[in-house]
Ligand binder design. Structure first.
Ligand code: GDP
Ligand code: MG
Length: 180
């Protein structure tokens, strides 16, 4: 059957990663020009929505969940992960510690999310490296290997200069769509 003719799919995507790596900027960059954040005040979670047309013409409604700063205290609730079909694990290419944390974010996802969630590792702030190569603290090889070992897609991005932001979501959504 042709998936594109059935109905509009709703995909929940979550972002995780240490505070300051650029999660909120990535979301804002991706959904720019679309609806502003919808806020659910009672549970302190924010999400943005964007409607996307995929390669085969299928329409996807994405619901992209940001954290509301709880990552600082590692107190993201299981509601953040519930029913998520995709996740971006974000680190900062100039901050070694934010890459080391990815292991723990991965464990948290494995604990709370569905088994078949599609995951992508995202090394953000590559613009800083273009300015000064010495700022790179996580090599592309190291991240690529980690991604391979853990079954993650991988991209480097800059939310500030709009590098690969659309690609990140497009690859993730196509992968989820192919698996459904
Ligand atoms: P979050 O805590 O993960 O949501 O991170 P934010 O999106 O709030 O960003 C934290 C800081 O990093 C802000 O000062 C942003 O301006 C900066 N930032 C975010 N993305 C980029 C990027 O791609 N490049 C650079 N140079 N700075 C960025
Ligand atoms: Mg944020």
């Amino acid at each position: 059957y042709n998936k594109s003719e059935t109905h509009t799919h709703m995909y929940k995507i979550v972002l995780v990663g240490d505070a300051g790596v650029g999660k909120t900027h990535i979301i804002n960059r991706y959904v720019k020009g679309q609806l502003p954040h919808a806020i659910i005040p009672t549970i302190g979670i924010e999400f943005a929505t964007k409607t996307v047309t995929l390669r085969d013409g299928g329409t996807i409604k994405t619901q992209i969940w940001d954290t509301a700063g709880q990552e600082k205290y590692r107190s993201i609730t299981s509601a953040h992960y519930r029913k998520a079909v995709g996740a971006l694990l974000v680190y900062d290419v100039t901050k070694e510690k934010s890459f080391e944390s990815i292991q723990r974010w991965l464990e948290e996802i494995r604990l709370h999310a569905d088994k078949d969630i599609v995951l992508m590792l995202v090394g953000n702030k590559v613009d800083l490296i273009h300015k000064n190569p010495e700022q790179r603290k996580v090599s592309k090889i190291e991240a690529t290997n980690f991604a391979k070992q853990n079954g993650l897609l991988f991209e480097e991005s800059s939310a500030l200069f709009d590098v690969n932001i659309n690609d990140v979501f497009e690859r993730l959504l196509e992968e989820i769509y192919d698996q459904k």
